[in-house]
Design a protein around this ligand. Structure first.
Ligand code: G
Ligand code: G
Ligand code: MN
Ligand code: NA
Length: 251
């Protein structure tokens, strides 16, 4: 409970941060998108991982305000990046339970940042889709009509129903890092990555393979048909100040 009070305070005071991790195009090696990952630097506990504080935010209702903030801040940050670089934001299933609020948040964020809607992707997990209600599909379609995109996150970890890929209009499917971890040792991981890449291509979706840490993994997933990848090999989640510094060094 104490941690909930402190999270409420951090959210109200604006001390939460967004870190960004690059998603790269394997063919061109260019950054195509940056995924926003929320961070809470606690004055005494240090960095509290989102795996700890997001569930607390969901149970307490704080996720609504924190989620609004993440979308708004990510759009403001992305507006300063080159035109070709998009931003993706993780969205909790609870944010989908307030459809009017989510639509308004997205519209306000795009307008305030003057960001082209096509540069914003919302990442959702299968837990949202299990409920399988018409309202979810309608909301996704309403947001797509604004011009934003959707990615299915952590694919392969939950029910991974192939029906989700045909029922919902995703632009991107993100294959969970558990598959890339074993890609060079395990035939099953290889087969799954290859099959999902083929399926995604047939459905005109991009594939991002998550958790690429080594050159050997990068080569393997590219050979299996992946277009995009994310992982420590290309960059860790960092605050804007870090990669802006890195980019100006490169110039
Ligand atoms: O890097 P990492 O430990 O940052 O992220 C762990 C998990 O926390 C991610 O898989 C993601 O699902 C979740 N997460 C990170 N940032 C956000 C956010 O802004 N909103 C939501 N809903 N989840 C997030
Ligand atoms: O939203 P999602 O569940 O996909 O969040 C991605 C999580 O994976 C974050 O916690 C992020 O810090 C973590 N991550 C990103 N790249 C790597 C990687 O190369 N290796 C490992 N072990 N974790 C990663
Ligand atoms: Mn994600
Ligand atoms: Na993931």
């Amino acid at each position: 409970h104490e941690i909930e009070v402190e999270l409420r305070q951090a959210s109200a005071e604006g001390t939460l941060q967004l870190y960004y991790q690059p998603i790269i195009d394997l063919r061109t090696q260019q950054v195509v998108t940056r995924e926003a990952l929320m961070r809470w630097s606690h004055p005494t506990r240090g960095m509290v991982p989102p795996g700890v504080f997001i569930p607390i935010a969901e149970q307490s209702g704080l996720i609504a305000g924190m989620g609004d903030w993440a979308i708004a801040q990510a759009c403001l940050d992305a507006a300063k990046w080159p035109d070709g670089v998009g931003v993706s934001v993780n969205v909790s299933p609870l944010q989908f339970r307030e459809p009017l609020r989510l639509v308004q948040t997205v519209k306000d964020a795009l307008l305030a940042a003057n960001l082209t809607p096509g540069r914003l992707t919302l990442e959702v997990t299968e837990s949202l889709l299990i409920e399988d209600n018409k309202a979810t599909l309608e909301l996704i379609n309403e947001l797509r009509a604004i011009g934003i995109k959707f990615a299915l996150d952590d694919f392969g970890t939950g029910y991974s129903s192939l029906a989700y890929l045909s029922t919902y209009p995703f632009s991107q499917v993100k294959i969970d890092q558990s598959f890339s971890r074993n890609v060079n040792a395990d035939e099953a991981s290889k087969a799954i990555i290859e099959a999902v890449c083929q399926l995604a291509r047939r459905l005109s979706m991009n594939v991002v393979v998550e958790g690429i840490e080594t050159e050997a993994q990068r080569m393997a997933v590219q050979l299996l048909g992946a277009q995009r990848a994310q992982g420590y090999l290309f960059g860790k989640p960092e605050p804007v100040s870090e990669f802006v510094k890195g980019e100006s060094r490169k110039r």
